[in-house]
Design a binder for this molecule. Sequence first.
Ligand code: TYD
Length: 203
Amino acid sequence: MSKGKFITFEGVDGAGKSTHLHWFADVLRQRGLDVLVTREPGGTPLGERLREILLSQPMHAETEALLMFAARLEHIGQVIRPALRRGTWVVSDRFSDASFAYQGGGRGVALSKLEQLERWVHEDLQPDLTLLFDIPIEVARQRLSSNTSLDRFEQEQGSFFEKVRQAYLERYQKNPQRFVLIDAAQTPEAVKADLEKIILALA
Ligand code: TYD
């Protein structure tokens, strides 16, 4: 059986990636693929408990990075690798690029430390494809403003998200072969049309 593909969705809060992710996974399923949808932080019982803490409890930026990667190690070992081995495609709402963007860009954790964690936790596993939902921060903030219960990250200032966005774009520039940049400021229909083209090239 052929190995499954590992696809990740990334972008700042308010970019709309989560809505499109479920639609994307359904289209892959309609094409006969076995697809597992998961998310980070989370994806395992321990990971989901760490998510609750990460989204609510103030902590040192490096603690945040360590917990993100701890949750990731569980996620990779228990969920992602076993699924890929049995030929299932894995579509994850965020993965390590989010740590480089939020903890690295947003919080200022040294790149060298994040690279060390990445090597430690998943040296030989990288997504086959990462869809980066890119959007001007003012537009993303407007979309979030109708949401009444914002988590610890969503409550950050616009300047934090500018740094997160830039760090995502730097990850894209360093790994252009792995990323596809999606213009998330377009209408949902236009984003879907872009995703359809990507799916046609994939499966
Ligand atoms: P998000 O994926 O946006 O979920 P929801 O759509 O339910 O709000 O929320 C997860 C938050 O965690 C998001 O603000 C980004 C943050 N995050 C990091 O800071 N670092 C990471 O490594 C990951 C995976 C997420």
